[in-house]
Design a protein around this ligand. Sequence first.
Ligand SMILES: Nc1nc2c(ncn2[C@@H]2O[C@H](COP(=O)(O)OP(=O)(O)OP(=O)(O)O)[C@@H](O)[C@H]2O)c(=O)[nH]1
Ligand SMILES: [Mg+2]
Length: 321
Amino acid sequence: MGLFDKIKKAFTGKKEEVKNYDKGLEKTRREFVSQLSNLSKRYKNIDDDYFEELEDILIMADIGVDTVVKFVDLLRKRVSSEKITDASVLKEIIIDELFVMYVDNGILDSKIHYSDEGPTVILFVGVNGVGKTTTIGKLAHQLKSDGKKVMLVAGDTFRAGAIEQLEEWGERVGVEVITSKSKDPSSVMYDGLEKAKAEDYDVVLIDTAGRLQNKDNLMRELEKVNRVIQKLIPDAPHETLLVIDATTGQNGISQAKSFKEITDITGVVLTKLDGTAKGGIVLAIKETVGLPVKYVGLGEGMDDLEKFDIEKYIYGLFKDL
Ligand SMILES: Nc1nc2c(ncn2[C@@H]2O[C@H](COP(=O)(O)OP(=O)(O)OP(=O)(O)O)[C@@H](O)[C@H]2O)c(=O)[nH]1
Ligand SMILES: [Mg+2]
């Protein structure tokens, strides 16, 4: 039995557990996966044309050109060494190999690291409109449901309406939001962390502005933010999560590369997967950027954030095959 069969079996009958993945990956499943399925129906024999079409399909799913070339190369070798001729057999091997590629070279740590003592500080960064504030709202809801005392810090003092947006989330999910009239994000972060320490908060989620600016300015700004946070909590931020919009495809990959150069990113939140057929981007982030995806956004609602789980992801993608 192949790896995929095992995954499929593991989640069969566990609808609730994979509900968000199932729903959120529908677009990718419909386009990418059905093309894959058609391909193996159309080709009786595996030849060069087959591999070329396969390459195109994988590139369209935003797995990333380099990764695809490497992957298809590996498949060609397997096909020739194992003398595989049947395209429907190869279809299953493709899924297994995609899975192996993700978990290979050491599984990236997709867990959030919570502080043993004092508040855990999670900083959210990313370009504008990717879903930082929404992700904070959703995560606050999850953490609160887990019984944690959660604080949101409105560190986006730049965009009009940003503070109100975070306040709305705070109200909706029932957690405290710290705001300030000051235009300096550092001052609201300082106030928030001071309160979080004094009042024993478990988790502090810090929103930041998604303004577009050059690398040097952004680097300086993030250095300042980190300095301020560390004045109060020396080992914070415990996580710096980069939020990427999956619908922007390879653009998101370049953002990840840039942010990784200017600050210490501990993980990625990949949002709006429900709005794209390019779910292959998860592989590209791992292969070309080397960052772990820690959360995925699978819709706009407050329950539509999931811890990233490669097995559930693979299930959501290929369950109909
Ligand atoms: N479909 C879908 N929409 C999402 C998801 N995450 C966020 N959004 C939407 O994306 C839009 C932008 O989200 P925000 O949270 O405001 O993004 P932001 O990064 O905080 O934006 P700025 O503060 O302007 O930099 C909103 O309309 C959200 O509802 C998701 O997982 N799925
Ligand atoms: Mg925002």
